[in-house]
Design a protein. Structure first.
Length: 133
């Protein structure tokens, strides 16, 4: 199996033993993104809406670095420390995605890295015409 590491300075740098994403053939496995500002590597201050938008902006940067965009995401997993934020995720997703929406799971968790309230990871598939390996 031939793996390629995906890296971009437009998303937070990995702060542990992981990569921003790994590409295997035309499938890209996106690591979880939290509301970190990629320039300062600080947690974004503000309400949950601003944090969720930052997470989607970070995911967008990684998908572009991998040769695609958010429309190539086929599966998302959303981790929330407060499931009452689920409707906010839905509303914000409508501004980042168009139908057909990706498959998705939303999981309530007790805690997330750096004490944030949201983390999202995903899987994307790049069509043959965009396939760069």
């Amino acid at each position: 199996m031939n793996k390629k590491i995906i890296e971009t300075k437009n998303a937070p740098q990995a702060i542990g033993t992981y990569s921003q994403a790994i590409k295997v053939e035309n499938t890209v496995y996106l690591s979880g993104q939290i509301p970190l500002d990629p320039e300062t590597m600080d947690i974004l201050e503000g309400d949950i809406s601003a944090q969720i938008k930052q997470v989607f902006d970070n995911l967008t940067a990684v998908t572009i670095a991998a040769g695609g965009d958010l429309s190539n995401i086929v599966k998302l997993t959303v981790f929330l420390t407060d499931l009452s934020h689920f409707p906010i995720v839905n509303g914000i997703m409508e501004s980042y995605f168009q139908e057909p929406y990706p498959a998705r799971a939303v999981v309530g968790v007790a805690a997330l890295p750096k004490g944030v309230d949201v983390e999202i990871d995903g899987i994307m598939v790049i069509s043959d015409e965009n396939y760069r390996y």
